[in-house]
Design a protein around this ligand. Structure first.
Ligand code: SF4
Length: 252
């Protein structure tokens, strides 16, 4: 049997195999960024009241935003999309948010009849057959439930960051979503290292799949771990040469 020093030298058995160990770095700017993000959320609550909703993917950035909302005790609703294809680890964060923060996460699911008909017609792995079918799947499982989530809302809050991809490099703190609502991204200027430093300091619960080299987690069939040097969103729809967006954050 291996001795302890041998085991602890294995990469997956060390502290640095966790996402926190790998990425967390507190920057000199982070205190000010936390204060600024909290102020943006406070302004959103004041301006929109019950019209504001945090649309969380339950990814680590969204968990940071939920933590900021909870810490400032802001009356902002929280909601997520359950596409029916999420990892169990992702959905397990919903009861964790309830336990830790005492906050309910409203869940929006696709119309079951539409999903059953789509799968019957195109198959369970339709998303691998063409970009059109992948977008159709995202349309049914994400876009339609999102439209119900946002109905009657004047603002939605995301965890988008500029660093996530070229397509997100211009994300604004506050922008028009093209549908007459404000779309707010209070941590748009945070780095990946700052996100994890915040998680470490404030003990934010997070999806353990982030520890398995999945920085961006979507539906199970459409997410894989990334390799060193790959782009942040390279593990999403990796078989496609696309902008790696499902439509949720594409302005129409
Ligand atoms: S991410 Fe994949 S499984 Fe999820 S809705 Fe889009 S295509 Fe369908």
């Amino acid at each position: 049997m291996s001795d302890v020093s041998e085991v602890s030298s294995l990469p997956w058995a060390t502290q640095t195999s966790s996402a926190i160990g790998l990425y967390a770095r507190w920057s000199p700017e982070l205190d000010a960024k936390i204060a600024a993000a909290t102020e943006r959320l406070r302004d959103a609550a004041a301006a929109h009241g019950a019209g504001a909703v945090q649309s969380t993917s339950l990814g680590v950035e969204d968990m940071v935003v939920t933590d900021l909302i909870a810490r400032a005790q802001l009356p902002i609703a929280i909601a997520t999309l359950d596409t029916g294809r999420l990892h169990a680890e992702t959905l397990a964060l919903v009861p964790r948010i309830r336990e830790i923060y005492g906050l309910e996460v409203a869940i929006f699911s696709p119309v079951q009849e539409a999903v059953i008909e789509f799968v019957r017609r195109e198959g369970d792995d339709a998303m691998r057959k063409s970009i059109e079918l992948r977008k159709a799947c995202c349309g049914l499982r994400k876009m339609e439930p999102l439209s119900r989530m946002l109905a009657g809302r004047s603002a939605w809050i995301t965890g988008l960051r500029r660093e996530q991809s070229g397509a997100r490099a211009e994300v604004a703190f506050d922008e028009d979503d093209g549908q007459g609502r404000r779309k707010l991204s209070p941590i748009a200027d945070w780095t990946w290292a700052e996100v994890w430093a915040y998680v470490e300091k404030f003990k934010v619960p997070y999806n353990p799949l982030h520890d398995e080299f999945m920085p961006s987690i979507g539906c199970a069939p459409c997410t894989r771990a990334i390799a060193v040097g790959e782009d942040f969103r390279a593990g999403r729809w990796w078989w496609e040469e696309s902008s790696k967006e499902c439509g949720l954050h594409v302005k129409t």
